[in-house]
Design a protein around this ligand. Structure first.
Ligand SMILES: C[S@@+](CC[C@H](N)C(=O)[O-])C[C@H]1O[C@@H](n2cnc3c(N)ncnc32)[C@H](O)[C@@H]1O
Length: 320
């Protein structure tokens, strides 16, 4: 079998998608899982979000990588197997790989199939000695890692973009505990985490003036219409993102403009005027709080790199 295709399996199936959407919309309050944002159009819109002036997150994480990448490479050591979780288009991973000393294997894990295939092909060209083994799965479900041909010194999980912020604290803790097993003894976790900051900065980042985040949020409805024979009228839904200081999180909603009925296949859903569908949480952590969360999951804190304003942190943990 061609190595390029060995570990790319189907991401979320249509059945999973339908079940999770119907299940989420039947809950009170209603919700849709954020992992379904990333169809081809969603992945493209997310790239546009990363370039928005209000969206400090990507810019700041990249700045930290550029400034401290050499230090990170020293901490991770030579010849690592890098396991990328939701590394998307791979912009940050590329910066990291350029700093790492003779990395052996790169295993990007992402639910967005087209994007994963495209970025894996690019990484093979850019790093000819690196073995690239993409795995298209939902990382919230148990998954198997491919067996690399090249020997590595240790496995290091790379989880950028503050995607860990999408998890509620209890789920984040369970997820991190699973990552301890994935990294294994002597392994590591390099993780990007958005930190608490001024509420205005946060709310601007998720309610950009050009409306790209609104398009990204509504694209979930476009996808449901296309793939699940639904009839959401996009003009009757509004994007809304708000910071909850008590929970320390941004909450992202789609709000129904008025009373309406939506069909998904044979199912019918009634929405009240002003009724919300929760589409994403983005938790903002403190440095001490995140170290404690990871410690409880079984990780040993090694180092954190931040920007001058301490808006974002890239943490390195190991498994002792
Ligand atoms: C917010 S984007 C971040 C992309 C990139 N890491 C960055 O920092 O710019 C989240 C990425 O994680 C992937 N993703 C989200 N949920 C996932 C899941 N449950 N399983 C696998 N991949 C997932 C998406 O496809 C997307 O590429």
């Amino acid at each position: 079998m061609n190595e390029k295709n060995t570990s790319v399996v189907a991401g979320a199936t249509k059945e999973n998608f339908r079940d999770e959407v119907l299940d989420g919309l039947s809950k009170s309050p209603r919700q849709l899982p954020y992992k379904f944002f990333y169809d081809q159009r969603g992945a493209q819109l997310f790239q546009e979000i990363c370039d928005l002036p209000e969206y400090y997150i990507t810019r700041t994480e990249i700045e930290i990588l550029r400034l401290h990448g050499a230090d990170m490479a020293k901490a991770l050591g030579p010849q690592v197997e890098l396991i990328g979780l939701g590394t998307g288009a791979g912009t940050k991973t590329r910066i990291l790989l350029e700093e790492l000393h003779n990395p052996a294997v790169y295993v990007p894990i992402d639910i967005s199939k087209e994007q994963l295939e495209r970025s894996s092909a690019r990484f093979r060209e850019m790093f000819p000695t690196l073995q690239v083994l993409p795995v298209c799965v939902d990382y919230l479900e148990p998954f198997e890692l491919p067996l690399p041909r090249r020997l590595s010194s240790r496995s290091v999980i790379y989880f950028p973009g503050s995607t860990i912020g999408n998890f509620e604290p209890e789920i984040a803790s369970e997820f991190l505990a699973r990552l301890v097993d994935v990294a294994g003894d002597g392994g590591g976790l390099l993780i990007g985490v958005d930190l608490q900051k001024d509420r205005d900065v946060l709310e601007r980042a998720y309610n950009d003036a050009a409306g790209v985040t609104a398009q990204f949020n509504k694209n979930l409805l476009v996808r449901i219409n296309r793939e699940l024979e639904a009839d959401f009228d996009l003009n009757r839904w509004q994007h809304h993102a708000i910071y909850s200081p008590s929970e320390g999180r941004i909450e992202i909603y789609l709000i129904s403009d008025n009373e309406q009925t939506v069909h998904i296949g044979a199912r019918e859903f009634q929405f009240r005027a002003g009724e919300e569908i929760l589409t994403e949480y983005s938790y903002k952590h403190t440095i001490a709080g995140f170290i404690e969360l990871a410690r409880q999951a079984g990780f040993h804190f090694e180092q954190v790199w931040t920007d001058d304003a301490r808006w974002f942190g890239v943490f390195y943990f190991t498994v002792l």
